[in-house]
Design a protein around this ligand. Structure first.
Ligand code: GLP
Length: 262
């Protein structure tokens, strides 16, 4: 596992986008796993800049998003700030600014009528694409990957997951509040790739910034592997794992001198 410490959010984002761009250049039809949340926004901005200024070509890239709220679907008739779907987030923060083909994009369908069947289909689609070459991940406030809340099996697959209070609180503050949605109206379930699905990706990049991520970052990198911090499963990954974090997110690590600095 490579742990890389950047001085700030901007440096973390530019470095991470550089790794992703390298993948796309060496394998133009690569399969890229995408994350939502505030953390990857800077990385997506830099990828957009590379597309516009350096011609980074997404025309053959295929993507799979990690998760979506259950019961929520993209609604292009709404202004962005009132659309709560992760699909809309991806469209606004990345897809509409690059030359990716719509048929190459997969975001779990929160409006599916048969979630169990849908989740199996999503798994099959990933397999049909040849598996994920590079999965980008953030980390939740309770140490989760995607929506794999504490207690999720480390071999879990794509499924419906009930959300914990801390996740609802965090996502209300960072996302739902701005949509004018009452805290009690937030969806309490999501479709999420499982920890096992994520571990099947050939390469993983996890990013985090800010003091509020310091504890879960140290738990996932230096703590025991546990279902209570599902991001700690990164220690089980058989391929390349790169963790890119800013100094604040790194501040809880015990072995700081062991890690690379940008
Ligand atoms: C949600 C998403 C996760 C993301 C997390 C952290 O729970 N499902 O994939 O990592 O939020 O979000 P942020 O980057 O805003 O801290």
């Amino acid at each position: 596992m490579d742990v890389i410490i950047s001085k700030d959010y901007n440096e973390m984002s530019v470095y991470t986008a550089g790794i992703i761009a390298g993948f796309i250049r060496s394998k133009p039809d690569c399969v890229f796993g995408l994350a939502t949340g505030s953390t990857p926004i800077g990385t997506y901005k830099e990828l957009i800049r590379m597309h516009k200024e350096e011609g980074l070509d997404f025309s053959k890239v295929r993507t799979f998003n990690l998760d979506e709220y259950l019961g929520v679907g993209i609604d292009m008739k709404k202004p962005y700030h009132l659309d709560q779907s992760y699909a809309r987030f991806m469209y606004e923060q990345l897809f509409r600014h690059i030359n990716i083909k719509e048929e190459n994009i997969r975001v779990p369908d929160g409006l599916t009528k048969d979630a169990e069947k849908y989740c199996q289909w999503y798994e099959d689609e990933i397999k049909k694409a040849g598996g994920i070459d590079l999965q980008l991940l953030g980390i939740g406030g309770d140490g989760h990957w995607a929506f794999n809340e504490p207690g999720s099996s480390l071999s879990s697959r794509t499924r419906v997951q009930e959300l914990e209070k801390q996740t609802l609180d965090d996502n209300y503050e960072s996302f739902y509040k701005n949509c004018g949605i009452d805290r009690s109206q937030m969806p309490h379930y999501a479709i999420t790739m499982g920890v096992g699905t994520i571990l099947d990706a050939r390469n993983i990049i996890m990013i985090a910034n800010g003091k509020k991520k310091a504890k879960v970052i140290s738990q996932s990198i230096e703590g025991p592997v546990t279902t209570q911090i599902t991001a700690s499963a990164l220690q089980l990954h058989k391929g390349n794992v790169t963790v890119v974090i800013d100094e604040d997110a790194a501040s809880g690590l015990k072995n700081l001198e062991k890690y690379k600095r940008l």
